[in-house]
Design a protein around this ligand. Structure first.
Ligand code: BGC
Ligand code: NOJ
Length: 820
């Protein structure tokens, strides 16, 4: 069953009924000011950091679902008070949930439009963040479709968060006493704690003269009434309340008279502004906000013309990004995801890592080291300068040991271990992201960039040195079989082989572990081989023969350790536990085979030559494939195992306990492409492709336009139900899998390689891709079923599959590839 449809021309998903199985959300903003917005206008806004600079309050895990947001109410002042249904309503359906005569929500690229009609009054609100600004626009267009005049009241409403979302949700004894606002010329300023150490405030402005306002929440709502029926809206008048402590809100009342057929635009702005510390107040000795610096911005965006211009700029920004790589294949799901939504989701994960979604509170997690490095892998061609900056930010948090803080807060860019430490895979991902950057841009200078350790000035070393230390970090931590010690966990955060936690409530991610010297990870071994191969190529390019030899040897030695202790006969083992027993082996009754080592070891090239890669992949198909994707392992853990940790804390089929952890699925797609099985790679690609799953939205439940982290596995009663949509490494890895390995358009150190491994029923595809400033027009045609390849570049045959870099750096290259 569907709840909407894709409009690929407009690059929108159009939701046609408001009560979707879960809130289906979008993100606004792409630089510093961000909003989460659902299909019923729920969500919240923040500046840079969803914990430390949150503008509006959001109550997670609420009932009914998703009832904190940026809400507009309409009131029909001409209706009789007895007509409760049509006296007032929410044009975004929530929070009044009045049945609407028409409803549509268009989630687009950085904007959302919610349009509805009730009682012949149409309301369409376009929400977006203008490029480069720290504010959001809600542009409301009202149209009177009646044959007579309509007298309406419009109310805006937001509930201000007292900035630190954690403190806001916990420290009521203080926070009920600190809230402060100012109201001046119809603009509501939220200035809690501005009197002391904050230099920033929020504001809610409106393009129309206001008939009244409220800033004290209960004055607007009335005691015990809630947002579904605020007394201020019902009665048609606000009380001009000024918040002193309690819960400051921003509510404005605008009266509108519309003739039959008439339309009117009303613009609301919610924004963030930071004043210079020494110019906070006006007059300086007062406690009144200095508004002189912010007013020009407010005035600018209250103009309808400027709003339209900014909206067009936003469209142009996205057009430009999408223009960097477009494909035309025989399959609409592939086209739609690669050309639109997968790119969009990568941008969101690039910006937010795993911090703020409808499943991540914005409080717990900053930019993850492992996560952000992976998020870059498919992102490089979009905004390479921002990728470069991110790489350097991440590397600057690295420790002198080569180890990594598991995350950093975007506001301070300082690493912290608040969400755990000693994940022994972390440092190796930095090598992969740097390698991807070099392959995309050819900008080798980044390796010489001086980058500190732990952000300490004086400790700077070229980025290349950081990469060397990442390798060394693993080599310094090898276990009894010569495999890497796992530390707290590896990519699978829940495989806590040194945790031994038996106290309720202890966090598996942060509890002090045993200083494990036995538990080893075959996954890290595979990742190490992959990273060491990249280091070898990088060292080769730098002309450092000694390093080349060292990395070849390190990769070989590690591969040998995998073959002697990590191969189980039909697949790669997963790990060794603290007692030195194998996990992910035929010896195990539960957790006999895992997806991760099959993917990463084959991606590192292991077993490609002797058939063992094929064997491992066949085992994946036999034991782990389901109609909804590939599960993480089998059999699921049926009880809690002290020596395995969080993985066995989940009921079978959920999350890391044999859920379909979508992030790891593309590793198998890539591996299948590497062994030349295009049909199998593509079959896996389609299984978790959100657009394909649109038809079963009532089962899948999450948004059909973005990947979710997890789909319940076959051991769960809800097999096929997704959770944790949006912020997942699944976005970047699927993009890499389909563009670089199935379509085979792959950046390499030497140039762009074209090496498709297509499903057998495709007769080809076309693509346009910008690479190192040059436009490549690529046409792939299949002339037979064999695996020979004929490559022509600008009409001339070329040996191999890598297109030589063109002399003319601004030109265009025609690429024609025949498979047959
Ligand atoms: C989740 C993991 C996540 C970890 C760290 C665990 O509870 O299952 O998916 O990586 O927390 O946040
Ligand atoms: C989600 C985390 O963000 C990621 O770092 C981890 O690799 C996966 N879960 C698997 O546990």
């Amino acid at each position: 069953m569907r709840y909407g449809y894709f409009d690929d021309v407009e690059r929108e998903y159009v939701i046609t009924q408001p009560d979707t199985p879960l809130p289906w959300i979008n993100y606004l903003g792409s630089q510093a000011y961000f909003c989460l917005i659902s299909n019923t206008a729920g969500g919240y806004s923040f500046y840079k950091d969803a914990r430390l600079r949150r503008l509006t309050r959001y109550r997670y895990n609420n009932a009914p679902l998703d009832c904190s947001g940026r809400y507009i109410y309409l009131r029909d002042d001409g209706a009789s008070v007895a007509q409760t249904e049509e006296l007032f309503w929410s044009p975004s359906w929530q929070p009044t949930r009045t049945p609407l005569d028409a409803y549509e929500c268009r989630h687009g690229m950085g904007y959302t439009v919610i349009r509805s009609t009730l009682a012949q009054i149409e309301a369409s609100t376009r929400y977006f963040v203008p490029m480069g600004e720290n504010l959001e626009v809600w542009e409301l267009t009202l149209t009177n479709h009646r044959t007579e005049r309509a007298q309406l009241s419009v109310f805006s409403s937001v509930e201000f968060n007292l900035w630190d979302a954690m403190d806001d949700a916990t420290n009521f004894q203080r926070n009920y006493n600190v809230g402060e606002v100012e109201v001046a010329d119809g603009v509501i300023f939220h200035k809690t704690e501005y009197r002391e150490r904050r230099d920033h405030f929020a504001y809610l402005a409106c393009s129309e003269p206001i008939a009244g306002f409220d800033t004290q929440r209960e004055a607007f709502l009335g005691p015990y009434r809630g947002y579904a029926a605020p007394v201020g809206v019902e009665s048609g008048g606000l009380s001009d309340s000024i918040a002193h402590g309690w819960q400051p809100v921003g509510v404005q009342h605008v009266k509108v008279e519309l003739q039959a057929g008439e339309s009117k635009k009303i613009i609301f702005l919610l924004g963030y502004h930071e004043n210079p510390h020494d110019a906070k107040f006006d007059p300086p000795e007062s406690q009144t906000i200095n508004k002189r610096l912010v007013l020009p911005t407010i005035q600018k965006y209250l103009q309808a013309k400027q709003v339209e211009k900014s909206f067009q700029e936003l469209r142009a920004f996205w057009d430009d990004l999408f223009g960097k790589f477009q494909i035309t294949t025989p399959d609409e799901h592939t086209n739609r995801m690669v050309n639109i939504w997968n790119v969009y989701q990568m941008m969101v994960t690039f910006n937010l890592s795993r911090s703020a979604s409808y499943f991540e509170s914005g409080i717990g997690r900053g930019m993850g080291f492992r996560d952000s490095n992976q998020d870059l892998l498919g992102f490089m061609h979009l905004l390479p300068e921002r990728a470069r900056e991110r790489i350097l930010d991440l590397a600057a948090t690295q420790m002198p040991t080569g180890g990594a803080y598991h995350q950093y807060q975007p506001l301070t860019k300082r690493g912290n271990n608040d969400v755990g430490s000693n994940f022994n895979d972390d440092p190796l991902w930095l090598i992969l992201s740097v390698a991807a950057y070099l392959k995309e841009t050819g900008e080798w200078g980044i390796l010489d960039e001086a980058v500190p350790y732990e952000n300490q000035s004086g400790t700077e070393e070229p980025l290349y040195g950081h990469l060397q230390r990442s390798i060394q970090y693993t080599l310094d931590r090898l276990g009894p079989h010569g495999l890497p010690l796992i530390g707290r966990a590896d990519w699978n955060d829940c495989l806590n082989l040194n945790c031994f936690s038996d106290s309720p409530g202890q966090s598996f991610q942060t509890t002090t572990n045993k200083d494990g010297k036995v538990a080893e990870s075959v996954f890290i071994a595979g990742l190490f081989v992959l990273a060491a191969q990249e280091m070898q190529a990088i060292a080769h390019h730098r002309g450092d023969a000694a390093d080349v030899r060292a990395y070849i040897e390190a990769a070989d030695t590690m591969a040998k350790a995998v073959w002697s202790a990590g191969w189980d006969g039909d697949w790669f083992r997963r790990a060794y536990d603290d007692m030195g027993r194998a996990l992910g082996s035929r010896e195990n009754d539960e957790g006999r085979i895992f997806i991760e080592p099959q993917g990463i070891c084959v991606m590192a090239g292991m077993g490609l030559e002797d058939g063992r890669a094929l064997q491992a992949l066949d085992s994946v198909a036999e034991h782990l494939e389901t109609p909804h994707g590939i599960v993480l392992h089998q059999p699921a853990f049926t009880r809690y195992y002290l020596h395995l940790g969080e993985i066995s804390s989940y009921p079978p089929g959920y999350k890391e306990n044999a859920g379909i952890f979508c992030h790891a699925n593309p590793w198998i797609m890539i591996s299948e492409a590497m062994v030349g099985r295009g049909d199998k790679a593509y079959e896996y690609y389609l299984l978790i492709n959100p657009s394909v799953r649109e038809d079963i939205s009532e089962v899948h439940k999450c948004e059909p336009y973005v990947y979710a982290q997890m789909i319940a596995g076959k051991d769960a009663p809800t097999h096929g139900e997704a959770k944790n949509s949006w912020l997942t490494g699944t976005a970047t890895w699927n993009y890499v899998a389909v563009t670089q390995w199935i379509l085979g358009i792959r950046p390499t150190y030497a140039g762009l390689e074209i090496d498709p491994v297509l499903p057998s029923d495709w007769d080809g595809f076309e693509a346009v891709r910008y690479y190192r400033g040059v436009r490549y027009r690529i046409k792939v045609e299949r002339h037979g079923t064999g695996s020979t390849v004929r490559l022509e570049v600008n009409g001339s045959p070329v040996d191999g599959r890598v297109i030589p870099l063109p002399e003319d750096k601004s030109g265009e290259v025609e690429v024609h590839l025949c498979l047959g």
